[in-house]
Every structure is written in structure tokens, then in C-alpha cells.
Design a protein around this ligand. Sequence first.
Ligand code: F6P
Length: 341
Amino acid sequence: MEYQMYQEILEQPGALRKTFKEEKVHMTELAAKMDEFDKIYLIGCGSSFSTCCSAKSAVDYISNKDIEVYTGYEFVYNKNTDYKNSAALLTSQSGETADTLAALRLAKQRGVYTVSITNELNSKMAHEADASIITRGGTEKAILGTKTYTTQLMCLYNLLFQMHHETSGDKLDIRKNVLRDIRKLPNITENLIKRTQSEGLRLGEQFKDEELFYCMGSGPNYGLAYKLAMTMFMEGALKHACPVYSGEFRHGLIERAEKNVPIIFLDADYPGDKITKNAIEFGEKLGTKSIVYNMHDYSNMNSLMSPFTLVIPLEWFIYYLAHFNGEDPGETRHIGKIRYS
Ligand SMILES: O=P(O)(O)OC[C@H]1O[C@](O)(CO)[C@@H](O)[C@@H]1O
């Protein structure tokens, strides 16, 4: 019953170590280069879109830098305004996703400085971007993205938090703590992988017959809630799932939060998690099947590192959920095989 994803979960600490070591200097140089631009676009799809959402939200806590997040085709079809003095960081584990590649080509045409973050050295995106950061995960086969997620997210955080931000006081401390925690990530990840496997197994078995999961988070955890629903549940465990911003709980999900409905709450005690906690309480009264992941139960890193922390117990949960349903969590039925153009 060991699927490909199993090995790839275990490979994350090594991939983080190697990526940091081999790209450290380059990332510092690129952070300085990014300072030259007035605006930064973060662009990716699926798992690689979720990292952009989390990183933007995290850096927003300490910075006023103008950063916008787009999926590949949203950027291509719907972004028509001014591209003056801007840069785009394009994330893609394969470096080949048509949507993100189209965004990269359009950005270049419009004079935007482009940086790709990809796991494939010989990919189109690595070749065509003005600069490239290569995550050193080794080939990843399981579709939902494990080691390419953590390494890509690490590169985005490292780059964005190293940029010059007008910070002082608390914000400066947060920035320093995040950069310190990034260095500790390989060891912390290693530990989390060991500590959370049995919990994932238990939850996977307990929830195996559920068909739909709501995934809620605020701040940087919304990006993870998105990944959890779109790639981990839907692509990996073949379950229906829906990401929800905590702040949007009262505008939709509240009407479906009924007895026995599974809701996964990602909590890191962010200011926005006031609403997450209210929603948890509301769910308790109604008898929802809540699973609450609070990042502080798993690590003592800065709260902004919550996606790095919570993704590990979630990977195990999804791995076993797929297993108890007789599915290989690394398989794909359509992704990578369907072409629109
Ligand atoms: O990161 P890449 O290689 O651009 O791939 C994007 C793909 O990743 C996935 O999120 C799978 O991890 C798919 O949804 C999507 O097709």
C-alpha cells in the first residue's frame, strides 16, 4: 500500500535543504533586483497558485509593496492595465503548464521582468524567463504536489521577505523571525512528518466515507485551504471539496454548516482567525464534523509559517483518505492529458 506520494512526503526535508543551499545566493540577488520594481505579480496554477496566495498574504503583514496574485489565464485574459516597471514571479513545478507559460510570454512581451520558480531545469519556463530559481525536489510524480509545494513556497517566502521593506518594531521582528524559521524548516518538517503520520492515518480512516469537505482559512492559511480543496482533496483523494475564506463563512457556508458536514478549519491565531474561531464554535453547536488544525499545536515557528506547518499533517490525512478509498493519491485521470489549445 505504499504509493509514490509516500516517498515524496519523506523527501521534503532533503528537498528543502538542497534548494536552500543551492539557490540561497541567487535568491538574495533576486530579492535585491525585485526592489527595483514598483509592482510584483505572482502567477501560478493549482498548487502553484496557492503558494502565491499564501506568500502574498504573509508578506502583506509586514510590507506595503504592491503585489498582485493571478492564475495563468486570469493574467493573460483579464489583466490589461499598466505593466510599467513591474516584475512577475511565475511558479510552476513542471515549468510547462500552458496557462502559466502563456502568462510568462505575455509578461515578457509587455516588458515585465520575469522570474520563474520551477522544479525542472530544462523546462520552457526555466529557459524563457529572465531569471530562474530551481527547486531541488528531484522529479515529482504524485499529482497533488508535496516536495514541490514546500520548496516553491520556501523560495517565494525567502525572496519576498528578503526584499527591502520599510519595517521597524514588531514588523521588523516578524521579518527576522520568518527568515530565521525558513532556515529551520528542513528539521522542523522532518519532525512533523514523523509526528503526524499516525494522526493522518486515524483521520483518513475516520473520514473515508465522506464525499464533501469544506476547507477554511484566513491570511496565509487561505492559500493552503485552496490547495487542500483543489489539489489535495480533488486531485489526490478524489473527494469533492470547496475552499472558503474564513471571513466569508457567514456568506454561504453558514447555510450549509449542518450536522455531520465535514469542515476543516486552518487556524494560526491570525487577526482574521477571530472569525475562524467563531465559525468553529458555531459548527460545534450544530454538530458539524469539524477538524481543527491550529498551527501552534504543531510548531513554534512564527504564525506566518502556518502553511509550511499544517501542510504536513494534511498530506498524511489525504494520503490515507485516498488509501482507505482504494485510490492512489498520486494518480491523475485528466490533468496533464487535457489540452485546450
Ligand atoms: O505547478 P505546475 O507544474 O504548473 O502545475 C500546475 C498543476 O499542478 C496541480 O496543482 C497539481 O499539483 C494541478 O492542478 C495543475 O494542473
